[in-house]
Design a binder for this molecule. Structure first.
Ligand code: PNS
Length: 183
């Protein structure tokens, strides 16, 4: 009889864990989740409660935005975790950590993180997916900066996130500006 691998349950299928700060979630993240669900049966989006990063949104706010977007996706679980990612993964049925790669500049950070996680748990692999060309320039950091300065971020983050950014910055996050001679 072949031994059943962790995460391969006939009721559960293959489970991947997608960790991150999601401060806030962008369509770049969502694109990765949607494409990964072509490979995996279930996805756990794990929001890190890392206060050292001084997030704009509290973990509750981030959970609410991500849960709202995936409310009709029964194969997407949204959760948060504190402490080491490998410890959180051990409490789940996930077989792999999933991360998105936008550009070569992401590589070093991701390589270090994946190597550290693998040294903490030698059975745990990290799988990388390239971000789609439409979102390779999108990051939570630039979204916050643009929104803070009043630029439009519609189409790059879900509508609920646009509204939450607007509330945070008490500033009209406008439609994308057309720069012309009359401006
Ligand atoms: O979206 P981010 O901020 O690039 O995600 C980074 C994250 C949350 C995946 C990473 O910081 C993390 O796993 N934090 C949990 C603490 C941990 O396990 N650190 C050791 C890995 S280097």
């Amino acid at each position: 009889m072949t031994k059943k691998k962790k995460g391969e349950d006939k009721n559960m299928g293959k489970v991947a864990i997608y960790p991150g700060s999601f401060d806030p979630i962008t369509y770049g993240h969502i694109d990765i989740v949607e494409r990964a669900l072509e490979i995996f049966d279930k996805m756990i989006i794990a929001i890190a409660e890392n206060e050292e990063k001084r997030p704009l949104f509290s973990v509750e706010e981030r959970l609410q935005m991500v849960k709202a977007f995936f409310k009709d996706a029964p194969n997407v679980i949204v959760d948060s975790f504190k402490g080491l990612l490998v410890d959180y993964v051990a409490k789940t049925n996930a077989i792999v950590i999933l991360r998105g790669l936008r550009a070569t500049s992401d590589f070093e950070y991701e390589f270090h993180m994946a190597s550290m996680n693998r040294s903490l748990n030698t059975h745990l692999d990290t799988l990388f997916m390239m971000t789609s060309k439409d979102y390779f320039f999108v990051s939570s950091r630039t979204i916050k900066e643009v929104a803070r300065l009043g630029g439009g971020v519609e189409g790059l983050v879900p509508d609920l996130v646009v509204r939450r950014l607007k509330e945070k910055f008490k500033f009209p996050v406008t439609k994308k500006k057309q720069i012309g001679w009359d401006d």
